[in-house]
Design a protein around this ligand. Sequence first.
Ligand SMILES: Nc1ncnc2c1ncn2[C@@H]1O[C@H](COP(=O)(O)OP(=O)(O)OP(=O)(O)O)[C@@H](O)[C@H]1O
Length: 284
Amino acid sequence: MTGNDHQPLLETVDVSLRFGFIEALKNVNLTINRREVLAVVGDNGAGKSTLVKTLAGFYQPNDGQLLWKSEPVSISNIREANELGIASVFQDPEFCENLDVASNLFLGKEKRSTFRRRDDEGMYREAKAVLRTLSSVIRIGQPIASLSKGQRQTVSIARTLLSDPELILLDEPTASLSVMQTAEVLSYIKRLRSENHSVLMICHDLPDVFAVADRIIVMRQGRIKGVHYTKETSYEQIIAEIAGVNASGQPFEDERQTQIVVNNMIAQHHLIDRSMKRNLYETQ
Ligand SMILES: Nc1ncnc2c1ncn2[C@@H]1O[C@H](COP(=O)(O)OP(=O)(O)OP(=O)(O)O)[C@@H](O)[C@H]1O
């Protein structure tokens, strides 16, 4: 830990965003500190992607303010986000299947040497270095088509590292990966933090969240419902907050809907303890 660890990198102040009549984000106040991994969790339609896309420059808020290192900024597009030091990796990254890993890493931003010649040597050197940062066993000359889904995710993370971003936004980095591939990607995320990057990731998988996140942000219906230090919270508290019940299982919003959501989550995660389950069923 350094004295800089808790300095805010990116903040949202009362950020709201509407799609027509839908309020996708409502007065969102969030601080992303230097050198931390933040996970955003929430049910479908909670506003997670909209939040991340707003930070990545895809969407502009209707109200509120973004602060980068405590200074007001507007991020009109991905390029402006990149220039600030924010890089994003969205699901199913696109690659040129007939090219190797190094060429894909530099696609569209090839290095040039004297007389504007392609600097293949420089690109291979940098590609190797960036994959080494992630301790990856992927070879730079390997055809991209030969990589597993997890390895492709690694290459897309590596691609963002070339611009040395301070903040990396990841949308479901472990979605549909095998257990081994998930472990690999989670270890890269931890490595990013140890290399002084901050990471904000959307993740549906609570064990993955608890494995890497320093703090967990729970979203529901476009609002932030809770921000928790991972060490100080539990699966039950997070699931309850996602669903809109209190930690002992008492619904405090639409009862029927809450019940359906909680039951689905219980089935999905097999994580809730018996007493909480009993409380939930007794409230039906
Ligand atoms: N481009 C869009 N146009 C209109 N409505 C949108 C658009 N994108 C999102 N929404 C709506 O905004 C709300 C928040 O959606 P968002 O995709 O941010 O949720 P999410 O938490 O990421 O959900 P999921 O986990 O299903 O991806 C939803 O009601 C959604 O239908």
